[in-house]
Design a protein around this ligand. Sequence first.
Ligand code: PEP
Ligand code: MN
Length: 338
Amino acid sequence: MIVVMSHCATEEEIKAVSAWLEREGFQIHLSRGVERTIIGAIGDRTRLAGSGLEAMQSVERVVPILQPYKLASRTFQAEDTIIRAGGLEIGGDTIHVIAGPCAVESREQLLQSARIVRDAGATMLRGGAFKPRTSPYSFQGLEEEGLKLLAEAREETGLLIVTEVMDTRTLQLVAEYADILQIGARNMQNFLLLRELARLDKPVLLKRGPSATIEEWLMAAEYIMSGGNYNVILCERGIRSFESYTRNTLDLTAVPVVKDLSHLPVIVDPSHAIGRWRYVPAMARAALAAGADGVMVEMHPKPAEALCDGSQSLTPANFEAMMKDLRRFAGAMGRKMP
Ligand code: PEP
Ligand code: MN
């Protein structure tokens, strides 16, 4: 439930109500808006029966949150969350493009990619150093060497780094290098990993599991938020369906639905959804039209030589053309692109 404090509630009154709720066994999450403070209280509501909480002068009203996810819900926070990372604001007016190769393969490949995507207007560089591959025989990533190359690319271009962390064992290491920690689709319900991420204050890009419902996805976000890390960006990347012509089915319906249910920023990854580079620009445009706060796209200087996901990677020229288009689309949606 949320306890909406009266607009004239004093700091002492807010503290007193929070302390009272904590004594009753509730976990407290404070949200300070411009006009009012809201106390999110997670716990057993039956303990409030006859407590007189609503009769307190400093309390305006008590609202139950009916959804199983609480902190991620719009009931808890009506305004959109804006995530601040390295001078960027994600979830505000600006549309962000996260772009780069599927995997970090070499110094030359990564630095070249970084320059290309930066020059075309991307604000963040993607690239996996730890790769979750279906086959144990496929390229698994350069690991720490890859992270070092990402840091070098950030140094040179000023782009923020988005890279995947696959397990709790390597979390500290990846967190030392990444600006935004990506949780891959296959790990969306790795609850131990989500709990560890909750202890950091680094933004998390949480990809939707290939078979996850919207509710399961928001519950995964709730794991991270309930542990104290509110910096969650949701990423739709396609779900499993009967269709085999495309790699997955991009569920763009999820964008307006999640934006309605939750205040968290949503970005779309058309590359992993469709799996074919030819269709990526069209779905990136569609993502913006659906209300996404940005897109994540794979670009490789030489897709035919890529060690991973070459068939869905845009060439530099195709990426630049897509960016020009997206800029016009963002304008038409009343949004900006840097
Ligand atoms: C990726 O972004 O490189 C990736 C592996 O994506 P997903 O987890 O969505 O499959
Ligand atoms: Mn990939």
